[in-house]
Design a protein around this ligand. Structure first.
Ligand code: MN
Length: 243
């Protein structure tokens, strides 16, 4: 029914994935990792009103692609969705922390100035810094994608009104499952992070977000239809918010 964070342009056969998303009436947030990828990726979904393409600059690419911020700003009025953005404090990317911060701050401010955007945010090993930056720039609607922080950080994110997109890969770990149990039901959306998100090394496709629905049905003690209604309601309440 929905996949609120996937990389359509990075599948081996994006046209096939888009066609099946369309056939299955899925709501999809197609995120991009560089501003240069936005236009081509948005064309993939040009006839699909339920597929929205987010303009992004991935924190793991910030040090290589920061020059594309100018293009980011030029494209920003063409979409209401921004992602994948954020910060990555993992040891591979910590060396580029300063440029990551510059890029993330720039994007938050540009997005707010453009009237406020719906953001899909990466926060691996960086939740405190991400929340700190978000608290300094209002007027955007943040979705924390694949949240992997602590309970205390989660509590803070909830207090700030963040949404959470969670998927089969996250829910299959004990820690991810337990965090999901603490999230407010009305702030939950589902995602796959495909083709990076995987289960037993098999890349996930947008329609595999259904696996998360089954897990949530069990977690919440509800049937699948009820969970789908809640998720749909969450998505509509997010997208109908005036920023
Ligand atoms: Mn991603």
């Amino acid at each position: 029914m929905m996949d609120m964070h996937c990389h359509l342009d990075l599948y081996t056969n994006p046209q096939y994935v888009v066609k099946r998303c369309q056939d299955e009436n899925l709501y999809v947030l197609s995120v991009t990792t560089t501003p240069k990828a936005w236009y081509g990726t948005s064309l993939l979904a040009k006839d699909c009103p339920r597929i929205r393409t987010a303009l992004g600059l991935h924190p793991q690419l910030a040090h290589e692609r920061w020059q594309e911020l100018e293009l980011f700003d030029a494209l920003l009025n063409q979409t209401r969705y921004v992602g994948e953005i954020g910060l990555d404090g993992g040891k591979e990317f910590k060396a580029h922390w300063e440029i990551q911060l510059k890029v993330f701050r720039h994007i938050l401010r540009s997005s707010a100035k453009a009237g406020g955007k719906i953001l899909s945010i990466h926060s691996i090993m960086s939740v405190n810094a991400v929340l700190d930056e978000l608290s300094q720039v209002h007027d955007n609607l943040p979705i924390l994608h694949w949240f992997s922080g602590t309970r205390q950080q989660l509590k803070q994110a909830i207090e700030m009104g963040c949404y959470f997109s969670i998927g089969p890969a996250m829910l299959s770990s004990k820690k991810g499952y337990e965090l999901a149990q603490l999230m407010p039901i009305e702030k939950i959306l589902i995602e796959t992070d495909g083709p990076f998100g995987n289960i037993k090394t098999q890349a996930l496709f947008p329609w595999n977000a259904n696996i998360a629905i089954a897990i949530l049905a069990d977690m919440w003690g509800m049937n699948i239809l009820k969970v789908e209604n809640i998720l749909r309601q969450n998505l509509f309440s997010l997208t109908s918010k005036h920023i």
